[in-house]
Design a protein around this ligand. Structure first.
Ligand code: HEC
Ligand code: HEC
Length: 294
């Protein structure tokens, strides 16, 4: 192999001086565009090392890296995004807190956010008692239907959620207690049996017509003051409608006798002190939207 450089006769281009078995290499320059791109890449790399985190190094017993003048970290970037979401949410919460609940319900944008917020807050706070789908269970009312114990307007629901039901720590809590007719010797067992037959007769389930007729008189004297002369309930007093087929505790005779004998007194916590005013409104809007809102 010779290392002699000379001009190639055919192309007029310099050779590199390399030659293998009579084949010589032409020294064609690289294209201009390639050279400039190459230099630009080098400049970009150097600038990147200066601006962004780049070089790892071991110092003072630990691996570190150059942090770059902008101090970027992916963790910082995520935190920033979360902060932006929280700030947007805080603004919505402030608007909801300041508006009457009926006005929030009329504002489509706020309503969409309120229902999403209410659904999340329901899962966190209410589902343990009312069920994740709000269908309730024995002693815990179904919130999807239009059968309300304490009222189903937005403001009724807001009041219930804010102050709770028979929640002693809240002085504005919904209050009213069904008497314990047997325990407090207000009625004899026979009278309770008759009253239960009468209650059953209201949904056509009485077995003993004579007892039901006697029970009607017991009802008028002892029960109508809360449940109404027609037994359709009274939402001011939280006395359930006894004529529909919807039962909080159960509509079989044994359960009804138990209710009358020992009372019930279901308790629901007050949320006004625990959750923000905006969250309580979101919850009320969400519950109202479940299908039974008035
Ligand atoms: C510890 C159990 C418990 C939790 C938790 C609970 N509730 Fe209740 N809730 C009850 C009980 C019990 C009642 C029925 C009380 C009664 O009138 O006998 C009730 C009743 C209600 C009512 C009234 C229903 C009607 O027919 O008038 C609403 C509305 C309601 N709850 C909403 C909520 C919301 C919203 C939450 C979450 C913030 C919640 N509850 C959390 C136990 C609970
Ligand atoms: C002082 C008011 C008051 C009086 C009087 C009263 N009740 Fe009640 N009753 C209530 C309240 C409030 C409830 C809801 C109990 C709860 O949620 O703990 C209730 C619940 C019931 C229930 C359960 C309904 C269900 O859905 O499971 C039955 C049944 C009932 N009452 C029957 C009677 C009968 C019969 C009498 C008369 C012998 C009577 N009540 C008298 C207030 C009253």
């Amino acid at each position: 192999m010779s290392t002699q450089m000379h001009k190639d006769d055919v192309t007029g281009v310099d050779t590199t001086g390399h030659e293998w078995d009579g084949i010589k290499e032409l020294n064609n320059p690289l294209p201009k565009w390639w050279i400039y791109t190459f230099y630009a890449c080098i400049l970009w790399a150097v600038a990147y090392w200066v601006v962004m985190p780049a070089w790892p190094y071991f110092w003072n017993g630990a691996w570190r890296h150059t942090e770059g003048v902008v101090g970027y970290t992916q963790r910082g970037s995520v935190a920033g995004e979360l902060q932006a979401v929280a700030a947007a949410r805080a603004d919505v919460m402030k608007q909801i807190a300041e508006m009457p609940i009926e006005d929030v319900a009329k504002n489509d944008t706020l309503m969409e956010l309120a229902l999403a917020g209410g659904k999340a807050a329901f899962g966190d706070n209410c589902a343990p008692c009312h069920g994740s789908g709000a269908a309730g269970g024995k002693g815990f009312p179904n919130l999807n239907d239009d059968d309300w114990i304490w009222g189903g307007t937005l403001s009724d629901i807001q009041t219930t959620v804010t102050h709770g039901i028979r929640w002693e720590a809240d002085e504005d809590t919904r209050q009213n207690q069904m008497p314990r007719f047997l325990d407090d010797s207000m009625l004899k067992s026979e009278q309770i049996n008759d009253a239960a037959e009468y209650v059953l007769s209201l949904s056509n389930k009485a077995d003993d017509a004579a007892a039901a007729t006697r029970g009607a008189a017991v009802f008028e004297q002892n029960c109508a003051s809360c449940h109404g002369a027609d037994a359709k309930g009274n939402q001011e007093l939280g006395a359930p409608n006894l004529t529909d087929a919807i039962w909080l505790y159960g509509g079989d005779k044994e359960t009804i006798v138990q209710t009358i004998s020992h009372g019930r007194g279901g308790v629901m916590p007050a949320w006004g002190g625990r959750l923000s005013a905006a969250t309580v409104k979101e919850l009320a809007l969400y519950v109202h939207s479940l299908g039974g809102g008035k």
